[in-house]
Design a protein around this ligand. Structure first.
Ligand SMILES: [Zn+2]
Length: 62
């Protein structure tokens, strides 16, 4: 067997957090939705204060 264990995925939060990876949840009281590490906002998608209706990167002007 020459299988490497390097590709093993660890789901534990204690697994060496890279670049500020920390568990964040939505700031909306009572929500508790976990935010993606790619989500730069403090709210989940449903509670973001401002949501621009974007289509292909173009902000629609109603
Ligand atoms: Zn939320």
């Amino acid at each position: 067997m020459s299988r490497s264990h390097r590709a093993e995925r660890v789901t534990s939060a204690s697994a060496s957090p890279a670049k500020g990876t920390k568990a964040r949840i939505c700031d909306e009281p009572g929500c508790g939705t976990h935010l993606s590490i790619y989500n730069e906002f403090d709210f989940c998608a449903q509670h973001q204060p401002m949501v621009f209706p974007r289509l292909r990167g173009v902000i629609l002007d109603p």
